[in-house]
Write a protein that binds this ligand. Sequence first.
Ligand SMILES: N[C@@H](CCC(=O)N[C@@H](CS)C(=O)NCC(=O)O)C(=O)O
Length: 224
Amino acid sequence: MRQFVSGNLNYSSWSIRPLLVARKVELPVEEVIVPLDFPETTAQLKAISPTAKVPLLRWDGIEIWESLSIVEFIAEWAPPGAVWPSDPARRALARSVCSEMHAGFQAIRSACPMDIRAREPAPEMTPALEADIRRLQAMWSGLRAAHGAGGSFLFGAWSAADAFYTPVVTRFRTFGLPLTGAAADYAAAVLEDPLFRTLEEQAKLEPWWIKYGSDGRSSGYLKP
Ligand SMILES: N[C@@H](CCC(=O)N[C@@H](CS)C(=O)NCC(=O)O)C(=O)O
């Protein structure tokens, strides 16, 4: 069995990172969505995943969890250069920025939850949120200037680094956060990429909603 298990495409930022990579290299998997935040979600996830979280790749009898590990598995399956940049220095840098995303950016993640199809007012600008935005602005414009020749993405051609930052790009759009120059151009390129556009269309059609309130998260079905 080869299955890619994700949460709702509209909301599950950790799921869509490796999913975009899987789709980019045409990994032969059945895609399965477990909608998050329903009463039965935890039991459904516990039954298949050691962490009760998505994303999860089920591949010929093994389970691979954690978005970054799934990306590394796909990179080993795919031809060299398809997932990470071919140049070793750029590859190392791409892995650094993916790890930075995986481990950090707490402020923007909690103040601006991913909701691809929504448009929301900007949240209160705290020093921590401002610092995350400044770092993203500097990272994206710096990588574009130093390594972006030959394409519109962080390392020129599309790579896992772009998959890792796609959810953040959507947060800038959803919450109208400021970006300028090469970083703004980069964000526009991500949003125009057919790989993202297809996922966005699917996210728009999903029947579920999730709300993030001060007393936790709730979920339900959109009215037809
Ligand atoms: N560090 C993990 C994070 C995975 C994670 O937190 N996934 C969330 C959804 S985005 C989840 O499965 N939550 C379980 C739940 O809400 O029941 C990764 O990179 O894969």
